[in-house]
Design a protein around this ligand. Structure first.
Ligand code: ADP
Length: 327
């Protein structure tokens, strides 16, 4: 059956990530270019329930490509996790004559989208945006590259003070249960080690590594730690080191929310622009319940079920690169 899309809804949901605005701009302008109206929903799925919806023209997305955060705001909407909440969302979509949705967000956002699409047969395409890079089927998610650069700059600064005092720094970065940020920022900043949930590192191994570093007249050591119950976080590790190796002057830095902010890098802006165009192309092509991804610099379509469920593998080559270069 021919299904014509006259109007799309667009929203950002869950954790914010730099590049979301660039994606909003791209989706909006590509839709309008193709003669499709755009309705922006504010504060994630909550905006459907509260009716915070506004029609966008091209000028509504002017001058935002360089801004971090999201002009649509974002929210965690618990009501959407209930069948009654999703019914309200669907009813509002019908009332607003929205035929299809583009949702920009992470794992939770796409999980919600998958359920809504299934329950009400709504065409939905997702754009992956999370600094954690933990969605399967895409080499990169929006915001990840910007967060990596933010961490790298912070670690460079910490290195200056660390080497002036012969200190051992544990720097905790975000990532939930994924080690992409910790591993790659460790490589980019020349850190001695990365403690990531995907790899077990014993306290002895870590101490050995650091001891070697100091012995070879390095005058500071920096270890990137992924926030995670598995790694114990930077505070947990530091406590163990202090107890077992009191000779080290151990310090902890939790980078926290600065990792989410800032103007997106060129890479994230270009990726967001490409993904936004691809999202509308996919909808026009009759695709639904897929996430736009990028693999080997080519745009791909990943079914929601795969993007959410499958664990994204860590590149073992990167683990050995860090190991070789930190001796
Ligand atoms: P992220 O998209 O960054 O992973 P969250 O996990 O907070 O962020 O999810 C964002 C929103 O997506 C939630 O507030 C909720 O509205 C929706 N969502 C998440 N998980 C589900 C679920 N299991 N069922 C329905 N909606 C969900």
């Amino acid at each position: 059956m021919e299904y014509r899309i006259n109007c799309i809804g667009i929203l950002t949901s869950g954790g914010d990530a730099p590049g979301m605005n660039a994606a909003i701009r791209s989706v909006t302008r590509t839709a309008i270019f193709n003669g499709i109206r755009v309705k922006a929903i504010y504060r994630g799925y909550s905006g459907f329930i509260t009716g915070e919806i506004k029609e966008f023209e091209t000028q509504n997305v002017s001058n935002i490509i360089q801004q971090g955060g999201t002009i649509l705001k974002t929210a965690r909407c618990d009501e959407f996790k209930t069948p009654e909440g999703r019914r309200k969302v669907y009813d509002r979509m019908v009332e607003e004559e929205i035929d299809a949705l583009v949702v920009i967000g992470g794992d939770g956002t796409l999980t919600g989208a998958r359920i809504l699409a299934q329950e009400f047969n709504v065409p939905i395409v997702g754009v992956p945006a999370t600094i954690d890079n933990d969605l399967f089927g895409t080499d990169s998610t929006l915001g990840y590259d910007t967060a990596l650069n933010t961490i790298m700059e912070a670690v460079d600064k910490i290195r200056d003070t660390a080497s002036s005092h012969n200190r051992l720094f544990f720097i905790e970065v975000m990532g939930r249960d994924a080690g992409f940020l910790a591993l790659n920022s460790a490589i980019a900043s020349g850190a001695e080690a990365a403690i990531i949930p995907e790899k077990e590192t014993k306290a002895d191994q870590l101490a050995e590594l650091i001891k070697n570093g100091f012995r070879k007249s390095k005058n500071s050591s920096i270890v990137l730690v992924a926030e995670s119950d598995v790694t114990g976080g930077a505070n947990g590790l530091a406590e163990r080191m202090r107890r077992e190796y009191p000779e080290y002057d151990v310090r902890v830095v939790i980078l926290g929310h600065i990792q989410r902010g800032g103007s997106p890098t060129a890479y994230d802006r270009i990726l967001a622009s490409r993904m936004g165009v691809a999202a509308i192309d996919a909808l026009l092509d009759g695709q639904r319940s897929i996430m736009i991804g990028v693999v080997n610099n080519q745009i791909v379509h990943v079914p929601f079920t795969k993007a959410i469920k499958d664990d994204k593998p860590l590149d073992e080559h990167l683990v050995s690169v860090l190991h070789i270069l930190s001796i």
